[in-house]
Write a protein that binds this ligand. Structure first.
Ligand SMILES: [Zn+2]
Length: 369
């Protein structure tokens, strides 16, 4: 019964394609303050115009949208029975329409069905075209994902070359990852250690994650940070994926926490308990390494060097030390490096980060099983 339910459920979700946006940048040159209709149409193929060659009266429309009615050489056009004026007339030269930028803006606002962010410079139109990214939902045999957006509140983390704080990048990207993964793996429950710009002490972050373990062992932890160096002129760039560098004292602490968190049967003989906690601790360590490698390898694929991989590394991070489940810390890039900052600001790159992490988690789960 349960299996049938799951199959049906997958089918139902599979029929609906989930969409989110990605963005790419594009520049169109203006000619004496005018934009050629053909140049605009290349970016928005649904855009059309009709023109009566004799009386030079025409209309512009986008797919099934309402239309703009205009006359060549006139500074007026009509939209939904309203007469709108333009500072310059619409021109028709060598069988092409030339649009004043105010009309282009009106087209973006009233006709085009895609979200467009744009700005006019002296001689060009810079477009951010939002395209739909289709995510096919999949089942994953993992119950919980804890996403830890590093820093927050009174702890801003590092400061980027553009003055932005690390805490804002980590939260913004955490939210993008959540949005993506919720669509990719609808059955995976996602929990944040912070949802807003608030301060959460490091030890509390691991505690929040460990609390989840009480209800499900099938939980992983991902902490997000950004790197920086005090000498920006010599700043390296790239992302890094960390797992905990294990020492015997860390190992002992983790084993003690495993016992105190009741992750093993504490009624057992102390010797058995020690063996069990030691075994569990080494499973957590092995799986953390597996998770780090899987995420790094998939991020490499999805980012296509937009942010370069600096590889899988180990370190004694407090937030990883406290975690009793497979856990990794991702340094998303160097915010002391202008190129990494530019990439982290871009929505399309944030989506690629989310995609790489999601695919990495999937590969980890498959390898673990
Ligand atoms: Zn940090």
């Amino acid at each position: 019964m349960e299996k049938n339910k799951i199959t049906l459920w997958t089918l139902v979700f599979g029929l609906f394609l989930f969409c989110i946006v990605s963005v790419s940048s594009d520049t169109i040159q203006l000619e004496k303050g005018y934009l050629r209709f053909e140049d605009l149409k290349k970016r928005f193929p649904g855009l059309q115009y009709k023109l009566d060659p004799v009386i030079l009266v025409g209309e512009i429309h986008f797919k099934n949208s309402s239309e703009f009615k205009f006359r060549v050489d006139s500074t007026y056009y009509i939209h939904r029975n309203n007469i709108e004026s333009l500072p310059k007339p619409i021109l028709y030269i060598s069988r092409d329409l030339y649009l004043p930028k105010e009309l282009v803006e009106a087209i973006f606002i009233y006709l085009i069905d895609t979200e467009v962010s744009y700005k006019f410079t002296e001689d060009a139109l810079v477009l951010n075209l939002y395209q739909k990214v289709i995510i096919q939902p999949e089942e994953i045999s993992l119950r919980h994902l804890i996403i830890d957006a590093g820093h927050g509140g009174k702890d801003p983390g590092a400061t980027a070359v553009n003055g932005e704080y690390e805490k804002n990048y980590t939260l913004k990207i955490a939210k993008m990852i959540k949005k993506y993964i919720k669509k990719k793996f609808p059955n995976l429950k996602i929990k944040f250690t912070r949802k807003k710009d608030v301060y959460v002490p490091l030890e509390d972050r691991a505690k929040i994650a460990n609390k989840k373990l009480a209800s499900s062992r099938d939980t992983i932890f991902i902490s997000l940070h950004c790197n920086s160096t005090p000498t920006p002129e010599k700043s390296p760039h790239g992302y890094e994926v960390y797992y905990l560098a294990q020492t015997s004292s860390i190992e002992t602490t983790r084993e003690t926490s495993i016992v105190s968190s009741h992750l093993i049967d504490i009624r057992r003989d102390p010797k058995v308990r020690q063996i069990q906690s030691g075994m569990l601790s080494s499973v957590v360590q092995r799986r953390s390494i597996l998770l780090a490698k899987a995420i790094d390898s998939k991020l490499k694929e999805s980012l296509e060097s937009k942010i370069a991989s600096r590889g899988v590394k180990k370190n004694n991070y407090q937030v990883l030390r406290g975690s009793l489940m497979p856990a990794v810390l991702i340094e998303l890039g160097f915010i002391s490096h202008p190129q990494d900052v530019k990439m982290l600001e871009e929505k399309s790159v944030q989506i690629k980060l989310a995609e790489g992490i999601a695919e990495g988690i999937k590969n980890y789960v498959m390898a673990k099983n």
